[in-house]
Write a protein that binds this ligand. Structure first.
Ligand SMILES: Cc1cc2nc3c(=O)[nH]c(=O)nc-3n(C[C@H](O)[C@H](O)[C@H](O)COP(=O)(O)OP(=O)(O)OC[C@H]3O[C@@H](n4cnc5c(N)ncnc54)[C@H](O)[C@@H]3O)c2cc1C
Length: 395
């Protein structure tokens, strides 16, 4: 009996568990394989849904389901928080005290917001990356009749690592414009989108890849969104409502819509597996095999990796087959067979009723294409239905 243990019941862990169960069904039927998933919550959260909560387009419940309901019956599921990864003993210890042994381990614990890493941001800032945060900022947008919304973006300190969902700040800036226009308050509310000086491959830009960075000024100008490069947020005065940049500038705000710093989950930060800067915890990941570097039987994918690709569901959808195929091939033939090419495919919500398909890989940047109502229809359809099929490994 070989044991496969997956830690984390988010997009990456769920898709991978289901894909493995499908690929290894003959072995499961012969009792040669056992697949176990542990997660610290009984709920599965479709995280992008929080954007729609922030702009009053959803109450959020439709984006949260029972984790068990998304897993094939052949997968053992336990609600348990992993607290210690013991690579020498091939086991993970959980908060319950239980030890989960493995032959293959998949680490899929995602990442989390860490606003406390910027002085004043936790107190004065808002973000839509969690449902609680989205509900809070939704209330502020509802009350705001005039003033300024300042958009700020922080990247991890570890070089070349993106924040979660690279396009989300652009999506939400455009959704905000549409939402305020619908409400009739847009003319009295200034929106300023800022971007840090260093953003992965781009310096002094508005996005982390050059082709999109180059078209954004025209797009923002067309909807009267002001924009400013080289504003690397380094502290916030919560009482005065002023944001300060590393470059020595300051900006007042009424609402600070921030992309806060992100870090890996605590169990990963505590594991000693990562050498990322400031104990951010990104797992050193082989960009092709998706193994944790230095560990032959540990794979990782999703938001916790240290790769330069977007921390996005559209990334995971392309990584999950590589991880599942490689584990299945190792079990059957003794060696992995698949290689990840860095592919990311998604439809960005560029405003409340416009969707832009995007795709890129390790070799090619995103090519911005015109957004359309049809694109938005596809995106909304994905949110409401297709995502759950994708999580189940059906598409
Ligand atoms: C507002 C927003 C908008 C987004 N928009 C898009 C978009 O338009 N397109 C797109 O492709 N992507 C988008 N994303 C990104 C996408 O949601 C993430 O990339 C994806 O959810 C990451 O999946 P994951 O499985 O790596 O992590 P998660 O989904 O965060 O799952 C991690 C899981 O691990 C569990 N866990 C953590 N620690 C432990 C532990 N110690 N023990 C056990 N379990 C643990 C957590 O409870 C969770 O279930 C967006 C994200 C947000 C927040």
């Amino acid at each position: 009996m070989k044991k496969i243990l997956i830690v984390g019941g988010g997009t990456a862990g769920t898709m991978t568990a289901n894909n493995l169960a499908k690929k290894l069904m003959p072995e499961i039927d012969r009792n040669e394989i056992e697949i176990t998933l542990i997660s610290d919550s009984s709920k599965h959260v479709y995280k992008p849904g929080a954007m729609y909560v922030a702009f009053h387009k959803s109450a959020g419940n439709e984006f949260i389901r029972e984790q068990r309901s998304l897993l094939m019956p052949e997968i053992d599921f336990f609600v348990d928080e992993a607290v210690d990864i013991r690579t020498k003993e091939n086991c993970v210890v959980a908060k319950s005290g239980k030890k989960y042994n493995y032959d293959f381990l998949v680490l899929a614990t995602g990442c989390e917001v860490a606003p406390d890493r910027i002085p004043g941001l936790k107190e004065a800032g808002d973000w839509f990356y969690t449902y609680e945060g989205a509900q809070k900022i939704a209330k502020k947008f509802e009350k705001l009749k005039k003033g300024r919304v300042l958009v700020t973006i922080n990247f991890p300190k570890t070089p070349n690592i993106p924040h979660q969902c690279g396009i989300a700040p652009v999506e939400t800036t455009m959704m905000l414009h549409d939402y305020l226009t619908e409400k009739g308050t847009r003319d009295d509310i200034e929106i300023i989108y800022t971007y840090p000086k260093e953003a992965q491959a781009v310096t002094d830009g508005l996005f982390l890849q050059a082709p999109t960075s180059n078209v954004l000024p025209t797009i923002f100008d067309s909807i009267n969104v002001k924009h400013k490069t080289s504003f690397t947020l380094n502290k916030v005065d919560a009482d005065k409502k002023i944001a300060y940049s590393e470059e020595g500038e300051e900006m007042e705000f009424d609402v600070l819509m921030s992309t806060p710093p992100f870090i890996a989950a605590k169990v990963i930060r505590d594991s000693g597996l990562s050498t990322a800067k400031d104990n951010e915890g990104w797992l050193p990941t082989d960009k092709e095999s998706l193994k944790v570097i230095g560990y032959e039987n540990i794979y990782t994918l999703g938001d916790t990796v240290n790769l330069s690709v977007s921390k996005a569901g559209g990334t995971i959808h392309n990584q999950t087959d590589v991880v599942a195929d490689n584990i299945a091939a190792e079990i059957r033939f003794g060696y992995p067979t698949e290689s990840y090419d860095g592919k990311v495919i998604a439809v960005a919500q560029m405003g409340l009723s416009c969707g832009m398909p995007l795709w890129y890989d390790y070799e090619e940047d995103v090519k911005p294409t015109p957004c359309s109502k049809l694109g938005s229809f596809v995106r909304l359809g994905f949110n409401k239905g297709l995502y759950w099929a994708a999580a189940r490994g059906m598409i």
